[in-house]
Design a protein around this ligand. Structure first.
Ligand code: FAD
Length: 464
């Protein structure tokens, strides 16, 4: 057997990894998808209660649809918005099922390298197959070989901590029983009981934080005493609540408006410019958050941290990757998605060239390709893997072609997220017309300085 006869190893049976497998099959290349969880879409099932802001028409991949159609799959109504659970059950698991034993479950990738060549060895390196180390659900280990590796393992398992410095706040670990990094599923009686009638700090400024705030506001209508304290590292400006009605994905725009309503209606207070330094328990078991500026907030019962996700690069350490030092995204892709430069959350479609590394045959795709940048869309991942599969098949013309137009977020101050919006300068991306920043008045008795946007990692203008 030569290296060319080996399968392409795809890490992760999420939306992007499964789409990669479908494109490889379409190209006559054998995939082997290795998935840590017991089913397809393990990460998506982790937020099964969350309704997506994309419609079904924006959540399925064309090559995957062809495989599914051959198996008698009925496409859900194009304009309906599924939950994460429905995305998994009605599309992702059936897609994995059509791939049969080309998907292996309970197989966690713990290392990737070149066979017999660690990171420093040049000799004959590119002719060696990739070796992928698996930890299996039964406690054993295995090695599989591949001609290429597509890492679609997402970022779901590595949420960012509270600290604005990227480190856990002092006391964050010790308070873990009262700290969650997920959008609460308030349909679950146990989760509902955890937040009902309690005060909860929600930290973050992206779509996930909006969703959590809206959920807690809904709970407060039924359960008096339920209250949220919304903690933003930055101030509040016209872009804080996302693009609203200007968002080309209306349901995404509506999330920010729901968060604004939670504050307007008095179910949440907004604390702006607050960089949490410590989390300390009170004598009665509540938590006090103290900021770097010395401010101390009123005690809360629970803390929900939605400050973004970050990639787990640990199992790729024997590969020669070129990653941007800030975003931990492929260097060629990073300028397209860098929230320092892009205010709009609008990303130009891209493919194998932007996703390449010094180590040929390795691609980070999907949510993981964005590193710490926000606003990843499933459609972006589908276009990425279409291009990567074409490149692996040697079809450079198809690999270089762009077949996607992405919707804009409608969040456009004209300046990069880290710039001073008061300056109102046009951002380098030029993706939307510059607009003067607007001060958004929310709630009562809250001091709202004109924002200096500075917190892209916690969701940027509209990311999770
Ligand atoms: C709450 C939420 C709402 C979202 N809403 C939308 C939306 O409305 N529209 C939209 O376009 N996008 C949305 N996104 C963004 C994005 O489309 C999804 O996160 C999508 O699931 C990303 O797909 P992925 O395949 O790249 O990663 P994932 O879905 O995270 O899949 C990665 C898979 O890899 C597996 N894995 C991880 N590590 C390993 C390992 N070491 N070995 C083997 N397997 C591993 C995981 O178990 C998982 O199954 C949303 C994201 C979140 C979190």
């Amino acid at each position: 057997m030569t290296t060319a006869d080996l399968p392409v190893i795809v890490i992760g049976a999420g939306p992007t990894g499964l789409a990669a497998a479908a494109h490889l099959v379409e190209r006559g290349i054998e995939p082997l998808v290795v998935e840590a969880g017991p089913t397809a879409a393990t990460a998506v099932r982790g937020w099964s209660h969350v309704r997506l802001f994309s419609t079904w028409s924006e959540l399925t991949d064309p090559a995957a649809e062809k495989l599914l159609a051959a198996a008698g799959w009925a496409k859900p109504a194009a304009d309906a918005y599924p939950t994460g659970g429905q995305w998994a059950e009605r599309y992702l698991q059936p897609l994995a099922d059509t791939l049969g034993d080309q998907v292996r479950y309970g197989a966690t990738v713990t290392g990737v390298s070149r066979l017999g060549r660690d990171r420093i060895v040049d000799a004959d390196r590119e002719r060696q197959p990739f070796t992928v180390r698996l930890a299996l659900a039964d406690g054993t280990e295995e090695r599989v070989l591949g001609r290429a590796v597509i890492d679609a393992s997402g970022t779901w398992s590595t949420p960012s901590p509270i600290g604005a410095d990227g480190l856990p706040a002092l006391g964050e670990h010790a308070a873990s029983a009262r700290v969650s990094y997920r959008i609460p599923d308030l349909r679950d009686p146990a989760v509902r009981a955890r937040y009902a009638g309690r005060r909860t700090a929600v930290i973050g400024s992206g779509a996930s934080a909006f969703t959590a705030l809206a959920g807690l506001a809904g709970l407060a209508k039924d359960e008096p005493g339920t209250h949220a304290t919304w903690i933003l590292r930055r101030g509040i400006s016209g872009s804080t609540f996302g693009g609203g009605s200007a968002d080309q994905l209306p349901a995404r725009g509506a999330l920010g408006l729901a968060a604004k309503a939670a504050v307007d209606d008095g179910y949440a207070d907004a604390v702006t410019g607050f960089r949490t330094e410590t989390l300390r328990p009170t004598a009665d078991g509540r938590l006090i958050l103290a900021g770097e500026d010395g401010r101390r907030l009123d005690p809360v019962d629970e803390v929900i941290v939605l400050t973004g996700l970050r990639p787990d690069l640990s199992f790729l350490s024997e590969l020669r990757l070129a990653l941007d030092e800030r975003l931990q995204a492929p260097v060629e892709l990073a300028p397209l998605i860098d929230p320092n430069q892009h205010s709009c959350g609008t990303v130009y479609p891209h493919g194998h060239r932007e996703l390449s590394h010094p180590e040929p045959g390795v691609y980070l795709v999907g949510m993981k390709s964005y590193g710490r940048a926000p606003t990843f869309l499933a459609l972006t991942g589908y276009e990425q893997v279409r291009s990567v599969a074409a490149a692996l098949a040697g079809d450079t013309e198809a690999a270089d072609r762009v077949e996607l137009t992405l919707p804009e977020t409608g969040v456009c101050g004209g300046a990069g997220l880290f710039d001073d919006p008061a300056a109102g300068q046009s951002g380098p991306d030029g993706c939307c017309a510059p607009a003067a920043p607007a001060l958004v008045q929310i709630g009562t008795g809250i001091s709202l300085p004109l924002a200096v946007a500075e917190d892209a990692s916690s969701g940027g203008c509209c990311g999770s």
